[in-house]
Structures are given as C-alpha cells and as structure tokens.
Write a protein that binds this ligand. Structure first.
Ligand code: SF4
Length: 360
C-alpha cells in the first residue's frame, strides 16, 4: 500500500514552519498498518499512490481544485471545512504522531541553507492536545462546536521521550477541570512545555498561577486580551499574576473585527482607540501585546494605523524601547508609517497621550 500525505500549508505558505498534526497521526497510523508512507511536497504524480491524504489548517492556502476530485484523494482539516471539519477516525486521531514524517523535507531545507532554529517544531517537540474545546464561542473563532473543555489525549499518547520539548495545542487548557493533574503530568516529564495557542488569562486563580508560573515553561507565557470590554477582569488577573511572576507576559490582541457586524466609520475609530487602550494597560504591567489583525482591517480608513501598530508591538525590540511616536519617527518623517500616525493624530488629537506612553 503506497500512501502520500500532503500538508498543503507547507506547499502553499512560504514561511509556514509548523508540522500538521493530522498528517503526522495519519502517517503513524498507516505505517502501523505496514503501508509505505511519504510526505509529498507538491501535487504532481498522485496517481502513483493508492491513497493520498491532503490536510490544511488555513482557509486561504491554495490547493488545485482538480487534485481534490481525484478518486484516490481525501482531504480534510479546518482549512477546507472550517468548523465543519470532520475529525480523523479514532484509530488515527489517537495514534502516536509520526514525528519522522517530515525528516526528508527537513534534511532538504537544511542542505539548502535553511536554519535549524526555524525547523525546531519538526525536530524538537512532542506535539498534541491534552484537552480540546472551549465554552466561550467567540464569534471569530473556529471553536464553535463544544460548550466545554474536555480531555482529548493523555500525554503518553503523543509524548516522545527522545524529544526535548513539548508543544500543546489546547484551545482553552485552563478551562479544564483537571488542569492541575494535567500540569503535573507535564511537569513530571521534566521537559519544558508551551501552550502554543495562548492561555485564557481570565481563568487564572492563585492556584493556577502558582502551578503555571513555577513550571519549566518554554518561551513566553502567552495569553489573549481580545476584547476591551474584558479590561476590568484582565487587569484584576494581571495583578494576581504579578504576585507570582515578574516574567514578561505576552498577550495576543485581536483587532479589526466588529462583533456587531457593522464595520462602519464609528467602529473603525473605536477599534483603534480600544486597541491602544489595551496596549496601554499591558504596558503598565510589563506585558507585551502581539497585534493580530482580522482580515477586514484592510477595509479600514485607518489601515495604515493597524499596520503601524502591529509593526511596533510585534517587534519587542522596538516596543520595549520606543514610544509609538519615537517608532514612527525612527522610520523617517517621510515614511508611510509616520504619515499614518500623524494623520490619525491630526484627525483625533485625543489619541496623543497614547503616542508617548513607554514600556518600562
Ligand atoms: S476563548 Fe479562545 S479558544 Fe475559546 S472561543 Fe474564544 S478565541 Fe476561541
């Protein structure tokens, strides 16, 4: 049996450097059945295989339509079906991922001058979901199918002792009733671990802070501050977190998405101000914002402000040293960046206090 597995994001997204977990599980399952499995990195010659599986995570990753209608091809994943994506069959879903599926591709990248540090998720991490699901149902999120967080895989299902680190893809880990037991399992591996999708800061408690911030964590603790309406709760939990850690905490700050669905002039102005308000609060607690823009930001009359705020915040080396004004000026007074912030201030002078705030 000859099986080809295609991670379409790897083919269609130039800078994509994260393995597709479904592809690794399918590979593990089919190799376990004695099949000859390869990771295919183009869409040619597929008729030579008995079965071809194509997966993608991102909806805008291109895949040739004619390939999808071939009789030996099956496709799946959120990139094709968003929240209606069917799960893998249980025997594949709960199979240990094949962490070596991408080895030949990784070798080719390295031989072509690729940097090992850009490929660490392929080489260094055990990857999986301890829990899945989320009860919050944010309208912009793919997680719409469950009302709770539930156990998904025991750590032993995807932990590879040969790999030095662990990457968790859980949707809302802190919302699971057994968060403590699962954290203990992670700690017992003595491997640094990270929650790649961020954690729900609004669910922090003294006990969660004590367990989480004393863990051997891999990289920055990442949370989300997606809605300025949560400001009071986010601030209360920041004060709690600061009793336990001085580490720089990172927060995804989602913007450009109108929950009321209007996307009118009022919204675009308010959204920029609310984003600056969130950035200001995070700065006060020595936290780093990471601006994530919903695709429709490009329709905003203040599109340039979104771009500038993302460039400023998402590069901590700038954000930690320069106010927004200083950042814009460092781009040159003739730059588009300076023009965007200057024009916005001319139109809305009340924004100026946000332009001079600095990370301390
Ligand atoms: S809290 Fe996070 S995972 Fe849950 S629905 Fe909202 S964005 Fe999605």
């Amino acid at each position: 049996m000859r099986i080809a597995i295609i991670d379409a994001d790897l083919i269609g997204r130039k800078h994509h450097r994260f393995p597709n977990l479904a592809c690794m599980k399918l590979s593990g399952y089919w190799k376990g059945q004695g099949a000859d499995v390869v990771l295919k990195t183009d869409f040619t010659g597929l008729s030579k295989f008995d079965q071809v599986f194509i997966s993608k995570v991102f909806t805008d990753t291109p895949v040739p339509e004619d390939v999808l209608s071939l009789p030996n091809v099956q496709h799946g994943g959120t990139g094709f079906f968003y929240d209606k994506a069917a799960p893998l069959p249980d025997e594949a879903e709960h199979h240990r991922p094949d962490y070596h599926l991408s080895d030949p591709w990784v070798e080719r990248q390295l031989s072509a001058g690729g940097k090992a540090r850009d490929l660490i998720y392929y080489t260094d991490y055990s990857i999986g979901f301890l829990t899945r699901g989320c009860f919050r149902k944010c309208s912009f999120c793919v997680n719409q199918n469950h009302d709770r967080v539930f156990a998904h895989s025991p750590l032993s299902e995807f932990f590879d002792p040969e790999r030095p680190k662990i990457c968790l893809l859980d949707d809302n880990f802190l919302g699971h009733s057994n968060w403590k037991g699962l954290l203990t399992d992670l700690q017992q591996t003595q491997r640094p671990f990270q929650f790649k999708q961020g954690l729900d800061e609004r669910l922090l408690t003294d006990k969660k802070c004590a367990a989480l911030f004393s863990s051997r964590y891999d990289g920055d603790f990442i949370f989300a501050f997606d809605d300025a309406a949560d400001a009071a709760l986010i601030e209360q939990k920041l004060q709690l977190a600061r009793k336990h850690t001085n580490a720089v905490l990172k927060f995804y700050c989602f913007c450009g998405y109108d929950r009321a669905g209007a996307w009118d002039a009022d919204f675009w102005k308010r959204d920029i101000f609310e984003l600056l308000f969130r950035i200001a609060m995070l700065m006060r607690y020595r936290c780093l914002p990471y601006v994530m823009r919903y695709a429709r930001y490009s329709e905003s009359p203040y599109r340039g402000m979104y771009i500038t705020l993302a460039r400023w915040c998402n590069q901590p080396s700038f954000f930690k040293k320069k106010s927004l004004w200083e950042f814009a000026e460092s781009n040159g007074r003739n730059s588009a960046c300076f023009r965007y912030v200057d024009e916005f201030a001319a139109q809305f002078p009340e924004v100026l206090p946000f332009y001079t705030m600095k990370f301390k």
